[in-house]
Each structure stands twice: as C-alpha cells, then as structure tokens.
Write a protein that binds this ligand. Structure first.
Ligand SMILES: Cc1cc2nc3c(=O)[nH]c(=O)nc-3n(C[C@H](O)[C@H](O)[C@H](O)COP(=O)(O)OP(=O)(O)OC[C@H]3O[C@@H](n4cnc5c(N)ncnc54)[C@H](O)[C@@H]3O)c2cc1C
Length: 475
C-alpha cells in the first residue's frame, strides 16, 4: 500500500452534519474526504427537507396572503391564480443554488468529494461503490483515514402494515413535488413535518386532515402553545383527528381508504393522497456496523456515541440524525463541529438544553428549554410571564395579532428555564432566547435589555417583565 493516501478524516454523508464537519475539519488543518451517494450534496436538509419545505411554505404563504390579506392593506390583486409548475420550479432553483454552494464550500476548503455509497471495511477504511450508472467508468475503491465520521442521516418511517407506494401513500419527499394540488390530503402525524406540509397544501387549495394518535399536535411543544396552534390552524381550515390511529390503508383506483381507530370505534376515511409523517429512522443499513462492532440502540437503531461522538470503535465517530436526540439540521451541524473539534483535541461540545425547535406553520412556533409540563413534572419552582402579540405594535402593523410569548423562569433564582413562542417570526425571535439559556440569563436580564421599537421581540421583553408583574403594556 506504499504511497496510498491516508486522510486525516473521511466523512460519510454530505448533509448539514457531514458537510459542516468536513469544512470545520479542513479549517483545523485536516485532510478530508467526504463521500456522498446521491448526485447532489447537502443531504435531506437541502434536497428534500428544510430548504424545499421552507421554499414552498414561503410561496404558499404569499399565495394565501394575496388571496385573503392583501385587500386589508389596500392592495387589490384581482383574480389571483396559482401556477404550481412555476412555484415548484422556484423551489427547485433554490435547492439547486444551495446544493451547488455546498460543492463550492467543500472545494474551497480542499475537501475531496467522493461519489458513491460507503461501507466500513475496517476501523480506518471505507469502501466506496459508485452509483450503477457510473460503474462502467469508476470502480469500487477503498479509502483510508485516521478517523471516520458517519453522518448518513435518516429516512422517513412507514407504519407497520402500510407501506409507501410513492404515488398515493407517500413520504415528505413526494409531498414536496406534487404536480397537482390533491383534493383531499390526509396526513398521519401531527408533528412539524406533517403540520408544515399540511399547511402548504391547504394554502394551495387541498382539504387537509391531520391524524394524530396523541391528544395534542406538535407533541414536543408546550401544551398551551400546541393548543393555540391547533385552534389557529383549525380556524385556517385544517381538520384534526386527535387520539386517532390509522390501522389500515387500502389503495383504490382513485385514492386511499383508511380505517381509523378512535377509542374502541372504527371509522373509514377516504382521501386521494396519504402522507405518512410519523418520524424518521437512522440510515445504518449497509454501513457494515455489525461487522465492525459499532453499537446501536436496539430499539431506535441510532448509533450510540460518547460525549466526543466516538462510537464503540474509537476511530469511528457518528453525528446528526444517525445518533440519538432531536432530528434537526442545526443539531447535526453543531455535532459535526463538536466531533471534529474533539478529534483535534479541542473542547467541542453541544449544549442539548439549548437546542431550539421550530414549526414553520403560520404563525410560527419556536421554543427552547423546558416546557411548563416538564418544569412541573420535575418539581421545579417556577414563574410564567406571557405577552400576546396583539399588544405588540409591529405585529399590529403587520395585521398579525395571533399568538404570544411564554417565558418560564425559576421561581427562586429567576433563571430562564424555557421560552415558547407562537406568532409571527417566532423562528427568528427564538435566537435571543437560546442565547439567554446559554448565558444562564435571568428573566430580569431580558426585561432590562433594550429591544428595538416596534419589533416582535418587544413581546419577549414584555413577557420577561411579566415575571415580576411589571409588564408595561399588559392590560
Ligand atoms: C420535510 C422535512 C423538513 C425538515 N425541516 C427541517 C427544518 O426546518 N429544520 C431542521 O432543523 N431540520 C429539518 N428537517 C430535518 C433535517 O433535514 C435533518 O435533521 C438533517 O438533514 C439531518 O442531517 P444529517 O447530516 O444528519 O443527515 P442528512 O441530511 O440525512 O444527510 C445524510 C447524507 O448521507 C448520505 N448517505 C447516506 N448513506 C450513505 C452511504 N452509505 N454512503 C454515502 N452517502 C450516504 C445521504 O445521501 C445524505 O446526503 C426536515 C426534514 C424533513 C424530511
């Protein structure tokens, strides 16, 4: 093997975990190869996740605003018409530009991009099999490195007995590329992916029914926020079937017939498309984990790692959707950076108590830290300050009066324990709250911080003032 290149690091997967880790490793002086099996870099996030869904959420929101809200601002738009083909083309263009940017980023950092499917062949070796179409030109090869970082992400889960057919029973990937607006879209799963894609297609004209087996949508959210979101989405026209299980789905010529189980009753529901948004499973198949002795969680299938993201094989690391924790792009990126910093002997770490979560419905829902239910369950003394957006001048200017900021602080120390926002631009507002948690800020710290006027973030300051019962604008 004389002369064979030995990389400092091989990254498997070019999603927000893998490509960010590769860039950071290169910054730290490592020689890096990044292996990707799909034709485009960027992983689920850029190709069939965060980015295309937000592009469609933004486009469908404009369509909705033009139809229902512009006239209140004195703008008469006449006969607003949907051009779905153009909307999809715009979304595809956004994805194309961002994925090409990942190429440029990796090339700019001299990361070797290797095309093909990777499998472990040793604790320092990875075999790469090129995609079948390129097989005539490229052959299988083995790359060697001092460390290997697995970042192969996740895939949508089906429901036992109900398989994806890619046409009528579909995952989020297909729901991002419909060529016509479905008449009736049934969505199984009331978490963020189901709510976001349900919102897109409802705004574009579909009847949307969201079926959730739990008593609350957005199950990870604070209960008060989740109930408010359900009310607002219902007012917008989405239907919800809570505490309801989908038992069977029969594909018919014209659509899908569902058998629902509600308590001990059975019901039928017909739809023309069924979106399964019930969670995602880590992509471990074919990686050769068992042979290598890389341990996984027997229940969830996630790869188990230590605080440095090392698996049970010390030269093999894993991050992102492949490992336990919230399946979110920013969690994957933060872990990617922390993992390579640990490899370089730096103190890389992720504060899992301060990872924000966002649902990009309208209004948006964003949260960080503990919910009121969690604080109660842990017996922590706490105070709550809330402030409605109807009291914020900026929200009034925009005609956005729904929603509120809810801040939970420790009852004795005043330290911020959690912030839960439902309202306009909540996704951007939550950054300040994440920083507050990172810095162990108190509610008083936030309340004494000058916030620009008129901004949505004044609602956060007012909620923080509310903890000491001295909100200026609360009635
Ligand atoms: C519809 C939807 C919307 C979402 N919206 C958001 C959002 O708004 N915000 C957010 O934070 N998260 C969102 N997510 C979740 C987010 O996309 C994931 O958490 C994130 O992409 C995980 O990053 P990752 O790097 O771990 O894996 P991935 O992005 O899944 O990337 C893994 C990469 O590895 C490649 N790969 C897999 N196996 C191999 C192999 N054997 N060899 C070579 N390459 C391989 C894959 O092709 C892929 O490119 C969304 C997900 C979906 C489905």
């Amino acid at each position: 093997m004389a002369g064979k290149k030995i990389y400092d690091l091989i990254v498997v997967g070019s999603g927000p975990g893998g490509y960010v880790a590769a860039v950071r490793a290169a910054q730290l002086g490592m020689t890096v190869a990044c292996i990707e099996k799909e034709p485009r870099l960027g992983g689920v996030c850029l190709n069939v996740g965060c980015i295309p869904s937000k592009a469609l959420l933004d486009s469908s929101e404009y369509y909705h605003l033009a139809q229902h809200h512009f006239s209140a601002h004195g703008i008469q738009t006449g006969n607003v018409r949907l051009d779905l083909k153009a909307m999809m083309a715009r979304k595809n263009q956004v994805v194309k530009e961002l994925t090409e940017n990942v190429n440029r980023l990796l090339e700019g950092h001299k990361v070797q991009i290797v095309r093909g499917t990777a499998a472990l062949k040793g604790n320092d070796r990875v075999e790469v099999t090129p995609a079948p179409k390129t097989a005539a030109k490229a052959r299988r090869r083995v790359l060697q490195a001092k460390a290997i970082l697995l970042a192969t992400g996740s895939t949508a889960s089906a429901i036992p007995g109900i398989a994806f057919d890619g046409k009528k029973i579909i995952s989020s990937t297909e729901a991002l590329s419909f060529t016509t607006v479905p008449k009736h879209l049934a969505v199984v799963g009331g978490s963020y992916i189901g709510l976001e894609l349900g919102s897109v297609w409802h705004r574009l004209g579909a009847k949307v029914t969201i079926i959730e087996m739990l008593p609350q949508i957005a199950p990870a959210s604070d209960g008060q926020v989740a109930r408010t979101l359900e009310r607002i989405l219902k007012e917008q026209g989405l239907s919800f079937r809570l505490k309801t299980r989908v038992e069977k789905a029969k594909v018919l010529q014209k659509g899908v017939q569902l058998t629902l189980s509600v308590g001990d009753k059975k019901e039928k529901l017909s739809c023309d498309r069924l979106l399964l948004a019930v969670g995602r499973k880590p992509n471990t198949k074919g990686l050769g984990l068992e042979k290598m002795g890389v341990q996984t969680d027997p229940r969830s299938g996630h790869i188990l790692v230590d605080e440095c993201y090392r698996t049970s094989v010390p030269t093999i690391y894993a991050i992102g959707d492949l490992t336990p924790g919230p399946m979110l792009a920013h969690k994957a990126s933060a872990e990617g950076i922390a993992a390579v910093e640990c490899m370089a002997g730096l103190p890389g770490e992720v504060n899992y108590d301060a990872v924000p979560a966002v649902v990009y419905t309208w209004p948006e829902v964003a949260s960080v830290g503990l919910t009121e239910e969690q604080v109660k369950a842990r017996g922590i003394p706490y105070c709550v300050g809330t402030f409605p957006f109807s009291g914020a001048g900026r929200a009034r200017c925009m005609g956005e009066k729904d929603g509120f900021v809810k801040l939970i602080a420790h009852g004795k120390s005043d330290r911020v324990l959690g912030v839960h926002i439902i309202g306009p631009r909540a996704a951007d507002m939550i950054a300040e709250c994440v920083l507050a948690l990172e810095f162990n800020a108190s509610a008083e710290d936030i309340s004494r911080t000058t916030h620009g006027h008129p901004t949505f973030s004044e609602a956060l300051q007012e909620a923080a003032l509310g903890i000491r019962k001295c909100s200026i604008y609360a009635s």
